[in-house]
Design a protein around this ligand. Structure first.
Ligand code: NAD
Length: 264
């Protein structure tokens, strides 16, 4: 792969699995120094660090154990990233959790956790990362939002609110730094084939007494006209484009990668 990110330092939050790990690997293969973050079993974290490290030509990628539900930990993580990478040029706010329930039955602590991890952590991370980017007059900020940043589904009041808030934050940061070489964009995936999303299929099949294939197409992907998963690589390639030279005029955008969901 062409090393279009050579010399860049990148932090990808929630990169111990799924979309975040995919972006970390893609950025490392494109020449970036990448710091990982996220939870998992020690052996899973070690495997992710080794895998991304190999692409960087080192034994293990740097890693921050920051719990993004805590604002002080987010600021600390940015300091750790600047120290480990030399410069923090690319920030990908990807970590996220989900909980589904009618709003009148939604546990307040679940609402608060989703708002803190999926949204507030983005605000704190950008706040701490921007001064360094401004000093160097170059930066790429990517917030991994969702189709749910643009439209709603029932029982996801916290997730949909947090994802809409991420897009508001993306637009605001973009206009604040529009006269610099720093861009801030959001990616809005539909259903992406990750362990988290795939785990939703068997319970649906059981609930409706149908095959997993039917549960996927008729229920999980009910509103995704392509009727197929978005693959992690289809997200990572968009993230790479947003960090490359071809996207320098693009900022404040919410880029849909959702098989036509929000178009339908
Ligand atoms: P995932 O569960 O595979 O990964 C989530 C990551 O976030 C993990 O590394 C996890 O350890 C980390 N994380 C969770 N809580 C954390 C905390 N408190 N502090 C630090 N890290 C924490 O999920 P994914 O499917 O790869 O989702 C990644 C992002 O993409 C999320 O923001 C999600 O909302 C968004 N998204 C996913 C889909 C999909 O279909 N998979 C669709 C649209 C948007």
């Amino acid at each position: 792969m062409e090393k279009i990110l050579a010399g860049r330092g990148a932090l990808v939050t929630g990169s111990t699995s799924g979309i975040g790990l995919g972006i970390a690997k893609t950025f490392a293969a494109a020449g970036a120094k990448v710091m990982l973050n996220g939870f998992g079993k020690p052996e899973e974290i070690a495997a992710a660090r080794a895998e991304v490290g190999a692409l960087m030509g080192v034994a293990e990628a740097p890693y921050s154990a920051a719990d993004l539900s805590k604002s002080a930990a987010v600021a600390q993580m940015i300091e750790e990233a600047e120290a480990a990478l030399g410069t923090l040029d690319i920030l990908v706010n990807n970590a996220g959790i989900q909980f589904v329930a009618p709003i009148d039955e939604f546990p307040p602590e679940k609402f608060e956790a989703i708002m803190a991890i999926n949204f507030a952590s983005n605000w704190y991370a950008i706040r701490a990362a921007l001064p360094g980017m401004k000093k160097r007059n170059w930066g790429r900020i990517i917030n991994i939002a969702s189709a749910h940043g643009l439209i709603a589904s029932p029982y996801k009041s916290a997730y949909v609110s947090a994802k809409h808030a991420q897009i508001g934050l993306t637009k605001t940061v973009a206009v604040e730094v529009a006269q610099t070489q720093i861009t801030c964009n959001a990616i809005c995936p539909g259903f992406v084939r990750t362990p988290l999303a795939e785990a939703q299929v068997p319970p649906l099949a059981k609930k409706f007494g149908i095959s997993e294939e039917a549960a996927l197409k008729d229920h999980l992907l009910e509103h995704q006209p392509s009727k197929r998963w978005i693959e992690v690589d289809e997200i990572t390639q968009a993230a790479l484009f947003l960090c490359g030279p071809g996207s320098s005029g693009m900022t404040g955008a919410a880029l849909s990668i959702d098989g036509g969901w929000t178009a339908s």
